[in-house]
Write a protein that binds this ligand. Structure first.
Ligand code: FES
Length: 662
């Protein structure tokens, strides 16, 4: 009921309420209650961001009867906006709708400043849209002979009066175009303000588009996501091979190249920046926008890629003690990285954690948020170097483990990258020892269709070795059981050892004893890294394992456990985290608080150097067994019949630290 203090207005979904004198517009009412109602034009009826819907009816809970005519009549600016840009019948512009009587006012998601973007994975929390870059429309006083103030000062006055923005700096290119822009816009302009401090762009009149790109720079692939900073929507995604591959397949060989050729880091820097430029062009043309619309960029990558994109020499990362140039977040201008975006665009590189644990892992942490959970999570990003994070809200530990490229199909006789034709799924009949398989790009199994495999990719190698172990062809110590040659033509002598013929065609694909050893070495290093973190945390088991990255998305959790890639866990709780590093870059692009959050979390992460940890060798040797020489796997055994355990083997040593991810 309207009282002497004014009409009662309740905003939903926030539930914030207050009394306002008749005639107060809803934008002002919302602002006074700190209700999340957007505006770019500052209430001038031209941006359309402040749209609201009146909820009609009697609301006993609030003691209110609310009706559309409890607002002032539809105004002329609203009519003009409806004609120009469209405005749904039930909607009003909050800045031009005056309060007449009691109201329940709904702020739809598209009118909320801090709207949330729901992520596809069911267990992922939504991203709140609150970017570091904001747009502000202003009307600037015209110059006056009687008042001696510059155009910039009058612009700053308007920003202070209308938007409460004080002490702003302006980029040089903004100053250079300021006079022309203000006159072109008839003394109206929209400015982009970065971090509430710097004017990074200015356009004549009203402008309502600001885009950003989140980059995930891996050693093998580079991916970018073009996002609308206002809605969080991904407008385009693109990925490409990292052209640095010509300097070496893995990161260590690229660092060696720099070490052997002084000054060669410039070449690597140019090449990766060229790749980012190409991606900017591809992403913007794919979304029908221009590179000039891109005002904000974020970046994740392993330490070496992170350094190279930022123009930093990675040489120190090639040898112990693997010193980073900086483990803070890095802020740069896009033009300083030779990127063809808007001249005022800024780049934010997430912080690296340690010499082997990069900004990509910081992105994984931001995306998976183990620091916000009770459950102790184990997160593994499997690449040439596996990056491992363990912990919860109490403590967070991180390490990397030198798994080498075997999981990517390298160093495996029939290995290849995941590409059409690569075997990715394998089943071995426990009785006949006959295989059946599936290849990338085809949903049929080989016993139903004639398939022509070209090799075996990482997930296929995990499955074939795990299946051969379950079928008894590979013994718990990793040896291929030659006695089975008498039972099946699939087991064949191969020098002093035996091989398993997976595909007897063209090409002939065999799993050799050396292939099994390579996988044992890789998985032993990964498992040992996980165990070291568990020792440091003081837990014997983990409740939840997340497998991040492209490889993590492809491997079957049960087979990963059978192989002993990760410690025992209920297979139902071993899940793929998707491209968590890239998602972390996107979160940092869309939410300013996430930057402060990850910078704080990274400072608190306890880093472990696996190579010098006293128990690494012990854990590694045990982990050479399938699934492990001594550690029990009761939760796996509850769902899979595991062969008898074998004594620990000493076959093999941990490989020397190599570099790379993704
Ligand atoms: S605030 Fe821009 S139209 Fe209402």
């Amino acid at each position: 009921m309207t009282t002497a203090d004014g009409a009662l207005v309740v905003f939903t979904p926030s539930g914030k309420r207050g009394r306002f004198p008749e005639g107060t517009n809803l934008l002002d009412a919302a602002r006074s209650l700190a209700v999340d109602l957007d505006s770019v034009c500052g209430g001038r009826g031209i941006c359309g961001r402040c749209q609201i819907v009146v909820s009609e009816g009697t609301f006993a809970k609030h003691g209110i009867t609310s009706a559309a005519d409890h607002l002032t009549a539809f105004s002329e600016p609203e009519r003009v906006y409806r004609e120009r840009s469209g405005l749904a019948a039930e909607r009003r512009l909050g800045c031009h709708a005056g309060i007449v009587s009691d109201l329940v006012v709904d702020v739809p998601p598209d009118s909320q400043v801090h709207k949330q973007v729901v992520r596809k994975q069911a267990d992922a929390h939504p991203i709140e849209i609150d970017p570091v870059l904001t747009l502000h429309y202003v009307e600037v006083d015209e110059p006056d002979l009687a008042v001696s103030r510059g155009d910039l000062e009058r612009l700053l006055d308007a920003l202070e009066t209308d938007w409460d923005l004080r002490d702003l700096e302006a980029d040089e290119h903004v100053l250079a175009s300021l006079q022309r822009t203000l006159r072109e816009g008839g003394w109206t302009a929209t400015v982009a303000v970065h971090d509430g401090r710097t004017i990074t762009a200015i356009w004549p009149g009203l402008r309502d588009i600001a885009l950003g790109i989140a980059f995930d720079v891996g050693s093998t692939t580079v991916a970018g996501h073009l996002c609308d900073l206002r809605t969080g929507e991904v407008l385009a995604s693109a990925g490409t091979m990292n052209p640095q591959i010509r300097f070496g397949e893995d990161l260590m060989s690229r660092v060696s190249y720099v070490m052997l050729h002084p000054g060669a880091e410039r070449e690597l820097i140019e090449v990766v920046r060229g790749c980012l430029r190409d991606l900017v062009a591809e992403l913007t043309s794919g979304a029908d926008v221009t590179p000039d619309d891109v005002l904000e960029l974020t970046l994740v990558g392993n330490p070496i890629m992170h350094h190279l994109v930022l123009g930093l020499d990675p040489t120190e990362l090639g040898t112990a003690p693997f010193a980073l140039v900086t483990d803070r977040a890095v802020h740069r201008r896009a033009v300083d990285l030779d990127l063809d975006t808007h001249p005022g665009a800024r780049v934010y590189a997430l912080p690296c954690i340690a010499g082997h644990v990069g900004a990509d892992t910081a992105g994984v942490i931001l995306s998976e948020a183990p620091h916000a959970q009770e459950t102790v999570n184990l997160i593994v990003d499997v690449g040439t170097n596996a990056e491992i994070v363990l912990g919860n809200r109490e403590r967070l530990l991180a390490a990397s483990s030198p798994t080498g490229p075997a999981f990517e199909g390298a160093q495996i006789s029939c290995g290849q990258r995941a590409a059409p034709g690569a075997i990715e799924r394998v089943r071995i009949d426990r009785e006949t020892l006959e295989p059946r398989f599936r290849v990338v790009g085809d949903d049929s199994w080989s016993d139903d269709a004639a398939l022509s495999p070209t090799g075996v990719c990482g997930s296929g190698i995990i499955e074939v070795i795990a299946e051969l172990f379950l079928a008894g062809v590979i013994l718990p110590d990793g040896a291929i059981d030659g006695s089975l040659a008498a039972r099946t033509p699939r087991v064949v002598p191969d020098g002093r050892t035996f091989s398993y013929v997976l595909h007897d065609g063209e090409p002939r694909l065999t799993i050799t004893q050396n292939d099994v050893r390579q996988i044992q070495l890789a998985k032993g290093a990964l498992y040992a890294g996980c165990r070291l973190l568990m020792d440091a945390y003081g837990v014997e088991t983990v409740e939840r394992i997340r497998l991040a990255g492209a490889f993590g998305a492809q491997i079957s959790p049960v087979h990963a456990l059978v192989l002993g890639l990760v410690p025992d866990c209920d297979p139902a709780n071993v899940t793929a985290a998707g491209n968590a590093a890239g998602t972390g870059a996107r979160i940092a692009l869309l939410n300013r608080a996430a930057r402060a959050e990850i910078e704080d979390v990274v400072r608190r992460v306890e880093k472990l150097e696996t190579a010098v940890a006293p128990r690494f060798q012990e854990h590694f040797v045990g982990a050479m067994g399938l699934p492990h020489a001594t550690d029990p796997f009761p939760r796996l055994a509850a769902v899979v019949d595991l062969p008898e355990r074998a004594p620990a083997t000493t076959a093999g040593r941990p490989r020397r630290r190599g570099r790379s991810t993704t």
